[in-house]
Write a protein that binds this ligand. Sequence first.
Ligand code: FE2
Ligand code: FE2
Length: 153
Amino acid sequence: MELKVPQTLRLEHLELREQLYALTKEDNDLGAAARAVMELFYMHAVKEEERVLPALEALPRLAEGRIPESVKSMEDIAADLKGGLYEELFEDHKNLEEALRRISSAALALGRNEEVRFVERLTLHFRTEEEILYPAARVAAEYCRLLMQCGEQ
Ligand SMILES: [Fe+2]
Ligand SMILES: [Fe+2]
């Protein structure tokens, strides 16, 4: 069985993408800034959903001391993260935040407080991933890989 992105995270990404998409339709500085962010965010979110976040689905099972069903996927995620993906994710956030600053200034200039809050929300999403979700995915995948290694000996 394939691992899936936990639904809470899938929905959060969906909501952020929808809000950003709505901004890209505007014919002003805000729209131009949103289009630049969207280009980066879309690829970044796909990367997370395909190569990182599925490891989190195994967490409840691992917490109960059980082996996840998709050990192979966990081993692949562990290798991928160790092979540079982990650092790449942080780098993506840096580039995204730089692009997001243009949305903030355009929104401020237009007196659009809701859009300023949207940038804050997206930034908080990045911090949550950096402080909790990425490390948790990495620990879960690596722990699973070690468990399998011990089992083989
Ligand atoms: Fe994300
Ligand atoms: Fe992210």
